[in-house]
Design a protein. Structure first.
Length: 302
């Protein structure tokens, strides 16, 4: 179940099938310069495999690979090279995740939108934090999480997922960015569908704008002091609950709240690998094992 090579082979076969038109016979994207022996898709697959297995420390990962799997990964690169190439392959990893979600959500027309806090350190250590300070645009800041009723220092993960629990789109912002700002991205990425969100997305202007420009019907529950109260459809509550389950899986199995990154580039690469890992396990469940996509802990048990 937790054999790295066995699960690596499962994942790399899925990736090959998904992006076969973009890579050459050795599994590399077209580039100038020398051809790496440890291919691009092997880097992506190893990154996703380690996150699926709960190995989020590169130091621990390479310790296991060098001691227990030396014969299985004959062209294994160094940890520093792996770290650098994983960050360089961020866009390609997102392409893999996006294509997997498109396959899984091909018939979906109802989605849920929400955000979750990604705390990188406690507020008391905010002044000493150095992660992400290389650029003001990408530096972390302080925000408020209404569901947990607390302030935190870090970033926000904004996401839209289908009723099946498959993440269709995601974005990272500073913690202080309000949830409604992600609706601008939603307007460009979605059309002719229903999206349900919590009270953080309330705004008559947003609903009208989304419907007129993209045919998106934004459904949010009204606050208790608002007029024109009407009973909420139970199915929309259930779909909103689904995205909360997805966030719980990311926290539990993928330990998304644990941060070892020293830069924003490394941080976003790790976050993407965790979400891509969740998506690829859902893909295996549906198309290989014929079981519910949400049973991600069972995907490697087959």
């Amino acid at each position: 179940m937790h054999n790295i090579k066995t699960n690596f082979d499962k994942i790399i076969e899925v990736i090959k099938e998904i992006i076969k038109e973009e890579i050459n016979e050795k599994g590399n994207y077209l580039r100038r310069g020398s051809v790496p022996k440890f291919s691009d898709i092997e880097v992506i697959a190893l990154s996703i495999t380690s996150e699926c297995l709960g190995i989020d420390s590169e130091n621990y990962l390479f310790s296991k690979l060098n001691n227990e799997y030396r014969d299985d990964f004959k062209n294994l690169i160094s940890r520093r090279q792996y770290n650098d190439r994983r960050k360089l392959l961020f866009e390609k990893t997102e392409q893999v995740r996006s294509r997997l979600s498109e396959r899984l959500n091909s018939q979906a027309d109802v989605f849920a939108i929400d955000s979750m806090p990604l705390e990188i350190c406690k507020l008391s250590r905010e002044a000493r934090n150095k992660m992400g300070k290389e650029s003001e645009k990408h530096s972390p800041d302080k925000g408020y999480c209404a569901s947990q009723k607390k302030y935190f220092f870090g970033y926000k993960l904004h996401s839209v997922c289908s009723a099946a629990g498959v993440v269709q789109s995601l974005d990272l912002t500073k913690a202080s960015v309000h949830d409604v700002h992600y609706l601008k991205d939603v307007q460009e990425l979605f059309s002719n569908c229903i999206i349900t969100g919590d009270k953080g997305y309330i705004g008559r202007g947003h609903q009208i704008n989304l419907f007129e420009t993209a045919g998106i019907q934004l459904e949010v529950p009204l606050r208790s002091n608002q007029k024109d109260q009407k009973p909420e459809m139970w199915i929309l509550k259930k779909i909103r609950k689904r995205i909360e389950t997805v966030f719980s899986q990311l926290c539990d199995q993928f330990m998304i709240q644990r941060n070892y990154a020293k830069s924003f580039t490394g941080f976003k690469s790790r976050i993407l690998a965790k979400v891509a890992g969740l998506t690829i396990l859902q893909f295996l469940n549906k198309f290989l094992y014929n079981q519910p996509v949400s049973r991600v802990k069972h995907a490697f048990a087959n």
